[in-house]
Design a protein around this ligand. Sequence first.
Ligand SMILES: Nc1nc2c(ncn2[C@@H]2O[C@H](COP(=O)(O)OP(=O)(O)OP(=O)(O)O)[C@@H](O)[C@H]2O)c(=O)[nH]1
Ligand SMILES: [Zn+2]
Length: 214
Amino acid sequence: MDDKNIEGQLLDELEMDGYQKIDRYNTHKIKQLADKYREILKDIGEDPTRPGLLNTPERVAKALLYFTHGYDMDPAGIIRSALFEEEYSQMVIVKDIELYSLCEHHMVPFFGKAHIAYIPKGKIVGLSKIPRVVDVFARRLQVQERLTNDIKDCLHNTLQPAGVAVVIECTHLCMCMRGVQKQNSVTTTSAFTGEFAKETTRAEFMRLISANLV
Ligand SMILES: Nc1nc2c(ncn2[C@@H]2O[C@H](COP(=O)(O)OP(=O)(O)OP(=O)(O)O)[C@@H](O)[C@H]2O)c(=O)[nH]1
Ligand SMILES: [Zn+2]
């Protein structure tokens, strides 16, 4: 399946789930962006009329719209679409959620993993909605710190749990392929609410996300 079909399929699925009308790929918007990329190609010393680049501006336009499709989505709505009453009050952890985002300073990718936990207080959420919320916030221009807080705030406000924990580990390509050029540095950010303010609860979460239990 080519990139366009994969993107199209993902967006179709999201629309089918009724999250929000997604109108990112209309022809007018793609053309507007593609025209700008044609100019950018000239500015970097390329010839946009050479055969290999003829469709590149449209491809890049669609890719950028895909990389930032989180702007068109409603993360709180995603959580609210699958809330269930349940008397489970232990920690729920979804770890190793891969994410891809764009740093807002250079518009270069940063990518890595999110580890998320919450302690329910009467309500649990459909598990898949947690990675979906990660993607909504990741698919925008971000800094890792705000991405971390956005996810924490969304879960905290919609689930109203006894606590939320978010840890994100990422590689920033703006620090690898340019600038300081450090290939192996990993940035870790975290945000905690409620019960996770307690040292023991936080330590249990950190131990469980570090463990290889499966
Ligand atoms: N805190 C934070 N900084 C980020 C993130 N992504 C990129 N940056 C940093 O944003 C900063 C922008 O700094 P500037 O000095 O304005 O930009 P620059 O001259 O391109 O900086 P260098 O990358 O050091 O070459 C850099 O230090 C980047 O490493 C992020 O998610 N969080
Ligand atoms: Zn950057």
